[in-house]
Ligand binder design. Structure first.
Ligand code: SF4
Length: 140
């Protein structure tokens, strides 16, 4: 669980920290370039070598297909069409970009279950922290 974003966000909140919203799922939508041995360019390691995922070439000339690149870079918490109304989008930040680009499907993670587990796990931490706080001097 320690590598899951929702779990870590809740843990940080319960410890009194601040949590930044998540806008991107992975490096594939952030301009990462993957070079394959045949001269093609991709943004995703998983999808390297698959024609649907190709965004250009680096040999013999560098050519990037702007429309194909845009398919990837637009998959974020603000622009992904299937996620724009989802209340978990600033934790989940859209489904796997390769599944969306390659197969046209958004696979939702079990993010709600993850958050529920995290709140249950960190509830004692939160309660201890609240109990240790000095009382509010402005309270009546
Ligand atoms: S849970 Fe599903 S709809 Fe919501 S942000 Fe994640 S992938 Fe998108």
């Amino acid at each position: 669980m320690k590598n899951f974003r929702g779990y870590n966000q809740v843990g940080e909140l319960c410890r009194g920290g601040r949590v930044a919203p998540v806008f991107w799922r992975c490096e594939a939508v952030l301009g990462q370039l993957v070079f394959d041995p045949s001269g093609d360019l991709f943004t995703c390691f998983e999808a390297a070598g698959q024609d649907k995922a190709k965004i250009g070439r680096y040999f013999p000339e560098v050519e990037i297909d702007a429309a194909r690149l845009q398919q990837w870079t637009s998959l974020n918490s603000f622009e992904s069409p299937s996620c724009s109304a989802c209340r978990f989008r600033f934790t989940c930040a859209s489904g796997c970009p390769w599944h969306i680009v390659g197969q046209g499907v958004t696979e939702c993670l079990p993010i709600e279950e993850e958050l529920d587990l995290a709140w249950n796990h960190f509830a004692p931490v939160l309660m201890r922290r609240l109990a240790d706080q000095p009382s509010n001097p402005r309270a009546p």
